[in-house]
Structures are given as C-alpha cells and as structure tokens.
Design a protein around this ligand. Structure first.
Ligand code: CP
Length: 313
C-alpha cells in the first residue's frame, strides 16, 4: 500500500501498489461499497481548466459518500495574495479531509506535502509534471484489455514535452514491464523522455504496437509564435492517426487518448468513436480509479472502511 497521506506522483507506486489500486477500482466498478466512519469532506481546487478530472473526482467523492465543498480560485482569497499553503491550512482548519488539486506550476505539491498537513492531498495534474490519476486509469484500461503489461508495446505520440500524461505513463509502463516508444514532432521530445523509450516515425510504429496513445496538442502551453505557425492539416498528415494509418493497426491493437481530443488533429474524428478506441472507457475508468485512490487515503487515516469485494481483474 502507498505509505502516505498523499498521492502526488506515480513515483510513489511500486507494481504491487498499482495492482492493488487497479483491483480496488475494478471492485468498485463491480459494486464494492464503503462505510465512512464519520462525515467526511472533500474540496477540489482546480487552478487549470478541466472537464474529465474535475467531474470524475467529484463523482468518485460523491459515490463514496463524501460531502463536496465548492472552491473557485477566482473568488477565493488567493486573489488577495493568500498562498497555496495557507489556503490548505485554512480548509484543513475548517474541517476538509481531502483536497484534490490541479495547478499549472510543476511540483506545486512539494511544500504542501513537506508541511505535514493533517488532510489528504491528491495531485490532479501539475504543469508538465505528473498526472497520477490519469496514469492509473490508463493502466486499468490497458490491463482490462490485455490482462498484463509485460512485453506490451505502447507508443506515446504527440506533444510529449508538455505532457504530464506522457511523463507519468512512461514511468509506470516501463516499471510494469511494457516497452514504450515515442513519436511526434522531434522538437517536442527531450532526452528525459528518450531515456524511457526510442523515438520512431509513426509509420514505423502503427503496424507493430499493441497500444497507440495520442496526446493533445497543448496550444495553451505553446508560444504565440508556435501557435501562429501551427498547421492543423500538416500536423495530422505527419504525426496524427489518419484513417490510412489506422487501417495498418493490428486487429487486437487499441487507440487511447487522455482527452480532450482535437478531432482531426491527433486523430481522424471518426477514430475517436471507432471500435478500436478506448477513449470513453478511459473516462469511465477514471471514476473507479479515483474512488480507489480516495478510499485508500481515507482508509489509511481510519476515516473509511472498504466492504470487501474482490474485483474480477
Ligand atoms: N485528461 C484530462 O486530464 O482531462 P481534463 O483536462 O478535462 O481533466
């Protein structure tokens, strides 16, 4: 089990931790329930936009019976200069047990964790750093498909240098025994990534991969000049999953994307909803994986008991 009050990075997980969380997520999907040992309160603090992560954390919290308090950064006292740490100390003093936070600054969570707060913190994404809940839901989706990780070939394609998903997934996938490849514009791939897997042109990969994982082009993290020069059609033809490329995928291979998808850029629009796509399954899995993460943290603090039900994973 993750011996901590917080889940902020996939670096915290060994393979057994990952499998325990995936099995618990599967058990929740199959109807496992929990008991709260007292009223328990959650707050989701999102300093970057989100649909999937924010909504599915709130869904997970409500399914576990937590009461969810609203937080809007634009109307919070952080606009008056209050620090992140003082904001967390404040909500802890008021009685919040679980804080889920997304923030544009890489590793924003370090001083918060070092402060030894008496609430649980889950990192819902930090800049281009880590996205542990996305990575776990991706692992669940892959495991549901293949029943193992060992020897699987996974290509991560696209805007890699800006991607916390790429960073988290390359770490967990290689640790779990999969082989990772990278593709996309070479200037978006740096040495810290190629230490985890080889770069290859997409046309060399599509016929060989078990999983093709595409990443959103993050226009909000590009410079004004890069955005002005960006050619959607050219990107799609060179680095995207066109219908012609998809036709070369092995029959058993799957398409993944953390979403939101730029339809017609990373993937031909039809492929988002195609039989090989697991994109909406990833989103569904996100709720159960986040239930498992929250349950584990709250159980560690004696706030929650999981009613045992073995998942079929
Ligand atoms: N995949 C993901 O993190 O999506 P959101 O930005 O909508 O949360």
């Amino acid at each position: 089990m993750v011996p901590a009050n917080n889940i902020v990075s996939v670096d915290q997980f060994d393979n057994q931790d990952v499998m325990t969380l995936l099995q618990q997520a599967q058990a929740f999907q199959e109807g496992a329930t929990v008991q709260l040992n007292r009223p328990t309160f959650a707050m989701n603090l999102f300093f970057e936009n989100s649909t999937r992560t924010h909504t599915s954390f709130e869904m997970a919290e409500r399914r576990l019976g937590l009461q969810v308090l609203a937080f809007d950064p634009k109307t919070s006292s952080m606009t008056k200069g209050e620090s992140l740490l003082d904001t967390l100390k404040t909500i802890q003093a008021i009685g919040v047990d679980l804080a889920v936070m997304r923030h544009p600054q890489n590793a924003y969570y370090r001083p918060l964790v070092q402060a030894g707060l008496d609430l649980s913190l889950i990192n819902a994404g930090d800049g281009s750093g880590q996205h542990p809940s996305q990575s776990l839901l991706d692992m669940l989706t892959i495991y549901q498909e293949f029943g193992h990780f060992n020897g699987l070939k996974v290509a991560i394609v696209g805007d890699i240098s800006h991607s916390r998903v790429a960073r988290s997934n390359m770490e967990l996938l290689t640790q779990l025994g999969a082989t990772v490849y990278f593709s996309g514009p070479k200037h978006w791939i740096t040495d810290d990534f190629t230490a985890y897997g080889d770069y290859r042109p997409l046309d060399d990969l599509v016929g060989e991969m078990d999983v093709l994982m595409f990443l959103r082009v993050q226009h909000e993290r590009l410079t004004q000049d890069s955005n002005a020069a960006f050619d959607t059609q050219a990107y799609h033809q060179r680095y995207g999953l066109t219908l012609a490329r998809a036709a070369k995928m092995p029959a058993h291979a799957i398409i993944m994307h953390p979403a939101p998808v730029n339809r017609g850029v990373e993937l031909a629009s039809e492929l988002v909803d195609a039989p090989q796509s697991r994109i909406f399954q990833q989103m569904t899995n996100g709720v159960y994986v986040r239930m498992a993460m929250i349950a584990q943290l709250l159980a560690h603090r004696g706030l929650l008991t999981v009613n045992k039900l073995e998942g079929s994973l």
